[in-house]
Ligand binder design. Structure first.
Ligand code: ADP
Ligand code: MG
Length: 699
C-alpha cells in the first residue's frame, strides 16, 4: 500500500497526538487507511429540503433552507438561551440553543441564509427546533444536498469531538488527498464483467454517496474485493501445497478392494458414494498429498466410503487408521468394519483409552511389524508410541472435535505423510466451507441410501407428555426402540444431571420391568459401564435409551425409530439435527419428537420450526449460520479468518460465491499472474501469503 494511506492517524490535520490516541484505542484507527475504511453504517437522507408548512404533518427530522429574521438571548433560571427566528417562503419557526450559543451568535446576521436540520417540537402555537444542525450559507443558491453518513461513535470518542459529525469532518478532509493515490487491486476485466466501481470511486462514494444506489455499489465493490483476495489466497495456498507436498502414490485398485466390492458388499453403493470414492481414488493415486474433507449428512454412508478407501491403501501395501472422537464411536466403527470384513483375510484392531496395557503392547508390536491392516481408535492413536510400518491413509471422523495440533500429529506417522480424509456429518454452509476450508478439496455425499423413509418431526409441549409416552409404548410393542435425550450444558451440569436422573426414574416408572427395559448413558459413567449399556441397547436387550448428548455422533441402531429430545429449546440446530440422525436408519417410519417448555425465545422458535420443516442438513446449516454467525459455528480456533473488515459470511453468501468463481477464473486464465492487468494483485498476494498465518489447514 502506498505512503499517504500508511500515514499514522495523528498526522491528519485536526487530529494530533491526543485525539489520535483515542482513535486508536476506541476505533482501531491507526492510519489514514484505517480511517478511510471506517465506513458509515447508515445514511441520513438530506437530499432535499422540507418547507415550514410541512412540519405539522411530518413528525420527523426536517431539513430547511431559509433566512434569519432576528435573534435574542433570553434569560431563564440562572442561565440564558439563544432564540433565533427563521423563515422560508412558507412560514417561520424558532431555533433554540440552551448551550453553545456563544459559538453561534457571532455568525448570525438578520437576512442571512442558513440550512438547518433537526426535529421540530411544538411549543404553544409555534414550532421550534432545539440544537439544530446549522450551516451558514453565502446566499440562497448555496447549500449542498445529499446523503449524510452516520458513523459509529462512543462516549470517549465524542468527548474529544468525534461524534458522527466529527468523524465525517476528518474523513471529508482526508478524501481529497486520495486522488491518484489509490491502487486498484481488481483487474479491469473483472470490474467490467461485474460492473464494479473502481476502488478510488468506491472509497469516496461510500463516505459521500451521490445516491443510495452508488453507496450500495461502493460497498459491494469493496466487499467483493475483500472476499476475492481471500479466495485467491486460499486457492494459491492449495496450489502451493500440492506442488510442495509429495504424497504416497496409491494407484493400485487390487485384490482387497475388488474382492470386497464384488463379494462382500451387502448393498449397492449410492450414486453419491460411487462419485466420492472415484474422486478420492483419483486424488490418492496422483502422487500428490491428499487433504480432503468428506461431507455427508448423518446416515449417508460415510463409513463405508472410508472403508473402501482404506482397502485401496492396503492393496498398495500400506496400513490405514481411522480415528473417532469418542470411545463409543470408535467401538462402533470397529464393530461395523469388522462385520463388513468378516470373510476377508484382514486384521482390524481397536485402540482406545481403555485398551489394557498388555493388549496395547501387543498392538504396538503388530502395528510396527505391519500385521495390523486397519487400526480404529480414539485420540489414543495419536500417542507417539503408536508407530506404523507404513501408514498410507488416516481417516478422521467428525472433524469438529479435533484440534489442528492434534491432527498434525498424524503427519508424523510416516516418512511421507499419510493421506488425510476428514469426515464430517455436520453440513457446513457452502460459504463457510469455501472460506474455512477453501484450501482443501471437498467431496460431498448428497444422497441417502435408498429405502429410507423421511423422519417425521413434531414439536410437543409438556402438556402432551402422556400422549407422547402412549405413542412410545405403541412403537415398542411393534418391536421398535426409543432414544430419550436430555441436554447437558456445562454451566449447570449439576442441574442437568438431576434432570436426567429424574427423567430416568419417571420413565422407568412409566415403563416398568419386566415388560420394559431402560438403559441409561451419561458422561459421568465409567467407559466400560457406558459401553455395556450401549451394547444392551444395540443388541435389543433394552428398548429405551435414556442419554445425554454422548450419543450425539455416529451411534447406529437401525431398529431405533423414535428420538425424543427433552428441553429441545436448549440445543443448537446442528446438535438437534445430529441427534435426529440417530433414527431413520432402518426401513421403518421414524419419528423425532421435540419436547419444550411453553415459553420459547425467538431463536429457539426458529430452531424448532426449522427442524419440523426440513430434514435437509444443508438447509439447516444455513439457518444455523444466520442464527449463530460464523464464529460460533467454526469455533474460535479458526477465528483468525473472521477478521474480515467488511464482509459478513452469514449475509454475504452470494458475494463469497461470486468471489470464488472469479478467483478460479483468474487462476485458470493466468496462473502465473503474468498479465499486466494482474500486476497489482500479484504484488498484494505476495504480501498476504507471507504475512498471514496458515489458519485453515486440516493437517
Ligand atoms: P454416516 O454417514 O452417518 O457415518 P453410516 O456410514 O453410519 O452413515 O451409514 C448409515 C447406515 O447406512 C449404516 O447402517 C450403513 O451400513 C448403511 N449404508 C451405507 N451405505 C449404504 C447403501 N449404499 N445402501 C444401503 N445402506 C447403506
Ligand atoms: Mg458416521
Amino acid at each position: 500500500m502506498n505512503n499517504v494511506l500508511n500515514t499514522p492517524i495523528e498526522y491528519l490535520k485536526g487530529v494530533g497526538p491526543k485525539r489520535g490516541d483515542i482513535l486508536r484505542k476506541e476505533a482501531g484507527i491507526y492510519t489514514f487507511e484505517d480511517l478511510i475504511y471506517y465506513f458509515p453504517f447508515r445514511y441520513i437522507d438530506k437530499s432535499s429540503y422540507n418547507k415550514v408548512t410541512e412540519i405539522p404533518d411530518l413528525d420527523a427530522a426536517v431539513q430547511l433552507k431559509g433566512q434569519i429574521t432576528g435573534y435574542k438571548e433570553v434569560k431563564f433560571g440562572r442561565g440564558k438561551r439563544l432564540e433565533v427566528g427563521f423563515e422560508d417562503d412558507t412560514g417561520s419557526i424558532d431555533l433554540i440553543w440552551f448551550k453553545g450559543g456563544k459559538w453561534i451568535t457571532p455568525k448570525l446576521q438578520v437576512g442571512g441564509w442558513v440550512k438547518v436540520y433537526g426535529k421540530p417540537k411544538k411549543y404553544g402555537s409555534r414550532y421550534n427546533i432545539a440544537h439544530p444542525e446549522i450551516e451558514f450559507l453565502q446566499g440562497e443558491k448555496e447549500g449542498k444536498l445529499g446523503l449524510q453518513p452516520v458513523y459509529h461513535s462512543g462516549e470517549k470518542l465524542q468527548d474529544l469531538g468525534f461524534t458522527s459529525k466529527g468523524i465525517e469532518r476528518i474523513i471529508e478532509q482526508l478524501l481529497p488527498q486520495l486522488k491518484g493515490q489509490v491502487v486498484d487491486n481488481l483487474p479491469n476485466w473483472i470490474k467490467a464483467d461485474l460492473n464494479l466501481l473502481n476502488r478510488e470511486t468506491a472509497l469516496i462514494e461510500i463516505h459521500q454517496p451521490s445516491s443510495l444506489e452508488l453507496a450500495n455499489r461502493a460497498r459491494l465493490r469493496l466487499k467483493f474485493e475483500e472476499l476475492f483476495i481471500l479466495q485467491l489466497e486460499l486457492l494459491l495456498r492449495k496450489e502451493i501445497a500440492k506442488k510442495k507436498i509429495k504424497g504416497l502414490r496409491l494407484e493400485t485398485v487390487g485384490k482387497y478392494f475388488n474382492e470386497f466390492y464384488s463379494e462382500h458388499l451387502p448393498f449397492e453403493l449410492t450414486g453419491s458414494q460411487k462419485r466420492v470414492i472415484k474422486e478420492i481414488r483419483a486424488d490418492i493415486g496422483s502422487g500428490i498429498h491428499m487433504n480432503r474433507l468428506l461431507q455427508g449428512d448423518v446416515g449417508s454412508g460415510k463409513t463405508l466410503v472410508a472403508l473402501m478407501i482404506m482397502l485401496i491403501a492396503i492393496d498398495n501395501g500400506y496400513q490405514a487408521c481411522m480415528m473417532a472422537p469418542t470411545e463409543i464411536l470408535a467401538n462402533q466403527h470397529y464393530t461395523s468394519i469388522k462385520e463388513f470384513l468378516q470373510d476377508m483375510d484382514l486384521k482390524v484392531e481397536l485402540l482406545t483409552g481403555s485398551t489394557k496395557q498388555a493388549k496395547r503392547k501387543e498392538l504396538h508390536k503388530e502395528l510396527k511389524s505391519g500385521e495390523i491392516n486397519i487400526l480404529v481408535g480414539t485420540h489414543a492413536l495419536l500417542e507417539d508410541i503408536v508407530q506404523y510400518k507404513d501408514l498410507g491413509i488416516a481417516i478422521i471422523d467428525e472433524q469438529h472435535r479435533f484440534g489442528v495440533a492434534q491432527r498434525s500429529k498424524l503427519w508424523k506417522k510416516n516418512a511421507l505423510p499419510p493421506h488425510i480424509l476428514v469426515m464430517t456429518a455436520t453440513p457446513i454452509p457452502r460459504t463457510l466451507a469455501l472460506t474455512f476450508y477453501g484450501d482443501l478439496d471437498i467431496s460431498v455425499i448428497d444422497e441417502m441410501p435408498p429405502g429410507r423413509k423421511a423422519i417425521q418431526t413434531t414439536h410437543r409441549f409438556e402438556s402432551a407428555r402422556l400422549n407422547v409416552f402412549q405413542f412410545v409404548e405403541n412403537e415398542i410393542s411393534k418391536g421398535r426402540q426409543v432414544y430419550i435425550v436430555y441436554p447437558l450444558i456445562q454451566e449447570s451440569e449439576k442441574m442437568d444431571y438431576q434432570n436426567l436422573m429424574d427423567g430416568y426414574e419417571a420413565i422407568s416408572r412409566r415403563f416398568p420391568l419386566p415388560k420394559f427395559r431402560v438403559s441409561i448413558v451419561h458422561g459421568k459413567m465409567k467407559p466400560e459401564d457406558k459401553d455395556y449399556e450401549m451394547q444392551q441397547f444395540v443388541n435389543g436387550n433394552t428398548q429405551i435409551m435414556v442419554a445425554t448428548t454422548v450419543i450425539e455422533v455416529g451411534v447406529n441402531v437401525p431398529n431405533a425409530s423414535i428420538m425424543i429430545i427433552e428441553s429441545a429449546e436448549k440445543f443448537g440446530l446442528s446438535q438437534l439435527h445430529q441427534l435426529r440422525g440417530r433414527v431413520g436408519r432402518g426401513a421403518e417410519q421414524s419419528y423425532c419428537i421435540l419436547m419444550t417448555g411453553s415459553k420459547l425465545g425467538e431463536d429457539a422458535k426458529k430452531r424448532i420450526s426449522t427442524m419440523v420443516e426440513t430434514n435437509d442438513g444443508f438447509k439447516i446449516s444455513e439457518v444455523d449460520l444466520r442464527l449463530r454467525g460464523p464464529g460460533d459455528i467454526m469455533g474460535t480456533q479458526q477465528s483468525g479468518i473472521l477478521n474480515l473488515r467488511l464482509s459478513d459470511l452469514s449475509r454475504d453468501a452470494q458475494i463469497v460465491k461470486l468471489a470464488r468463481s472469479k478467483a478460479e477464473e483468474l487462476i485458470e486464465k493466468d496462473p502465473g499472474f503474468k498479465d499486466k492487468d494482474h500486476q497489482n494483485l500479484a504484488t498484494l498476494l505476495k504480501e498476504v501469503l507471507k504475512s498471514r498465518p496458515n489458519w485453515s489447514r486440516i493437517s
